[in-house]
Design a protein around this ligand. Structure first.
Ligand code: HEC
Ligand code: HEC
Length: 176
């Protein structure tokens, strides 16, 4: 009874571990981490998946997300982005290989992956915990600028996004 509202050392420790644990999952990268993501080789990926928007870095989502997305291209965010095989298969494999849960994932990719629940297959990078965390200082009014428009328009502010480069020194925010 007398224990009901008392925070015991065990509670406190559990709390500290929970808080500490979750910040470990998504913390800012060290300065030497250039925020470079591996991209599929050749031109196929940028040609096919970079024509309507940024050719997103595969390492931003786990393989299960890409598999689902690549299986539903006929109804892709309201657009028909269908691709015929073998091209579709080729891109799917490249995405899976370089995904956030791939065997060659960088430290940053692992961190992105750790913030995505294991039972979820998010289809939007812009809705992942890491994306929100890393962009929390970008004011809402900035996203609405004409040359940006949507959170998914990475290349508007990260001009080298199609090369998988997101480093802070290369960020250019359009002024209107
Ligand atoms: C015909 C145009 C078109 C093509 C081709 C296309 N997409 Fe998209 N895609 C869209 C649209 C439209 C959206 C929604 C963009 C928005 O909300 O700003 C989108 C959104 C996405 C998103 C979510 C972005 C986010 O984080 O919010 C991913 C991931 C994506 N596409 C991957 C791909 C891949 C991989 C390919 C190549 C197989 C591809 N797309 C080809 C039109 C296209
Ligand atoms: C409005 C411009 C804008 C758009 C659009 C944008 N970003 Fe960013 N991004 C930023 C800014 C500003 C930062 C630096 C944030 C900070 O350090 O406070 C950043 C940081 C990052 C970083 C970390 C860079 C580093 O050096 O650690 C990554 C990775 C990133 N963005 C990915 C993306 C992806 C992926 C998209 C698209 C789905 C995107 N961004 C869209 C402005 C943008």
């Amino acid at each position: 009874m007398h224990n009901d509202y008392r925070i015991t050392w065990k509670h406190l420790l559990t709390l500290l571990l929970a808080v500490g644990g979750s910040t470990l999952l998504i913390t800012r990268a060290p300065a030497h981490d250039q925020a470079n993501f591996p991209m599929p080789g050749g031109k196929t990926y940028v040609d096919e998946c970079g024509s309507c928007h940024t050719a997103y870095a595969p390492g931003m989502l786990p393989a299960r997300s890409w598999r689902k997305l690549m299986a539903e291209l006929a109804d892709h965010f309201g657009e028909d982005a269908s691709l015929a095989d073998p091209r579709r298969m080729e891109i799917t494999q490249a995405l899976e290989l370089l995904a956030s849960d791939g065997s060659q994932a960088t430290v940053r990719m692992r961190r992105i992956n750790a913030a995505i629940p294991a039972n979820a297959a998010p289809q939007r990078i812009s809705e992942t915990g890491y994306f929100k965390f890393i962009h929390d200082e970008v004011r809402p009014s900035i996203w609405k600028r004409k040359q940006i428009g949507t959170l998914a328009n990475c290349i508007a502010c990260h001009p080298r996004a199609n090369d998988g480069r997101y480093g802070e020194r290369e960020i250019r925010i359009p002024q209107n």
